[in-house]
Design a protein around this ligand. Structure first.
Ligand code: PLP
Length: 395
């Protein structure tokens, strides 16, 4: 796609064609620039590049063509001006805190965010004099009440993990902006294929590309997406800290974006089937999937998402013993906490991802002993259902 092309292409075309400028070799697939530095033509050329007078690569902690291709492609899919790739999803969240918070500031964060994000705020960011209040994702009144004159950042993940709570992006953006605060959305579960948070007023999007963007469980990485202006400071932080994305991982994610749309549709279709099957099963007490009309976030998810995602959680009878029976009687589902993979994965949140929480905190967060989370992969859905049914029949 040439720079001059003024046609408005659809997402599926952009995901395959954006970001790569063909080199003089005429390569068809995007090349991996595995090089730590770049050679200048002369001392004057080096001086001009290092001073920023002319654009050009100098060192891969700053820029790398493969990483830039991934950044451009991801930004376009989100309808954003810019993206900055990071060495992991957590590196992206960390960059947001370093770029936009200082001593004396206050953050309001959803209680239902990825566990390491809670630790980042509670254990580390707090050391630098930044206060954090955690609120219930769905409680808009709670968000309004938590905001203070010194609030600088609101942070959510929607739909949440593992209970698929849905946050109202537009409403929380309005609360943030009334206070002059930034609003960041972790869009790892939906990806730009299913949800584009900037359209509903978010300022920043953060991704763990380790999940669906890779799609085959190979590499760690992430990105922050937003306006060119907001990305300036994030770029500065990443270049200085050095948690930049490796060109090899960038290439994996770049190729992942090409099939992301097809994969997300397939994940959604299978997850919907599994959720409906579980919902009708006598050994299942509750199913958490926003694609079910009885789910509290169903209508809101329909408004801001174009699909309900690939993660289904459910509570089985028999508490921990029941849940472990289901998990241990699967034959091919992987007992691993990664998600967004073509391979289906199954976990028991109460003793793994949420195992460090106190019993009271788990109860408050709805992480019961009978809860199981499945990231529905792309194996045949009837085989997936049979694998899960084996243990259910034994409870
Ligand atoms: C995995 C994950 C992260 C953290 O990403 P890493 O790549 O593991 O650092 C953040 N948010 C969500 C929703 C995740 O699933």
């Amino acid at each position: 796609m040439s720079q001059q092309d003024d046609i408005e292409y659809q997402l599926d075309t952009l995901a395959i064609r954006t970001g790569h400028t063909r080199t003089f070799e005429g390569e068809h697939s995007e090349p991996i620039f595995l090089t730590s530095s770049f050679v200048c033509e002369s001392a004057a050329d080096a001086a001009a590049k290092f001073s920023g007078q002319i654009e050009g690569n100098t060192y891969s902690r700053y820029t790398n063509p493969t990483v830039q291709a991934f950044e451009k492609r991801l930004a376009v899919l989100d309808g954003a001006e810019a993206a900055v790739a990071t060495s992991s999803g957590m590196a992206g969240v960390h960059a947001i805190t370093l770029a936009y918070l200082k001593a004396g500031d206050h953050v309001v964060c959803s209680r239902a965010v990825f566990g390491s994000i809670i630790s980042l705020f509670e254990k580390y960011v707090i050391k630098f004099g930044v206060e954090v209040t955690f609120v219930d994702l769905e409680d808009l009144d709670g968000w309004k009440k938590a905001v203070r004159p010194n609030t600088r950042l609101l942070f959510i993940e929607t739909p949440s993990n593992p209970l698929a709570q849905v946050g109202d992006i537009q409403a929380i953006a309005d609360i943030a902006h009334a206070q002059g605060a930034l609003f960041a959305v972790d869009n790892t579960f939906c990806t730009p294929v299913l949800q584009q948070p900037l359209k509903f007023g978010a300022d920043l999007i953060v991704y763990s590309s380790t999940k669906y963007i890779d799609g085959q469980g190979r590499a760690l990485g992430g990105a922050v997406v937003g306006s060119a202006k907001l990305m300036e400071e994030i770029t500065g932080v990443i270049r200085t800290l050095g948690n930049s994305l490796s060109p090899f991982n960038a290439w994996i994610f770049l190729k992942g974006l090409e099939t992301l749309s097809l994969r997300m549709k397939a994940h959604c279709a299978s997850a919907q089937k599994l959720a409906e099957w579980l919902d009708a099963h006598p050994k299942v007490e509750k199913v958490y999937y926003a694609g079910l009309p009885n789910h509290a976030g169903h209508e809101l998810a329909k408004k801001q998402q174009s699909g309900f995602g690939g993660v289904v959680s459910f509570v089985v009878k028999g508490e921990r013993e029941g849940a472990w029976t289901v998990i241990d009687n699967t034959r091919f589902l992987s007992i691993t906490s990664n998600l967004g993979d073509v391979k289906s994965t199954i976990t028991h949140p109460a003793t793994t991802s949420h195992g460090r929480m106190s019993a009271e905190a788990k109860q408050a967060a709805g992480i019961s002993e009978g809860l199981i989370r499945v990231s529905v992969g792309l194996e045949d859905i009837d085989d997936i259902i049979r694998d899960i049914s084996r243990g259910l029949d034994l409870i």
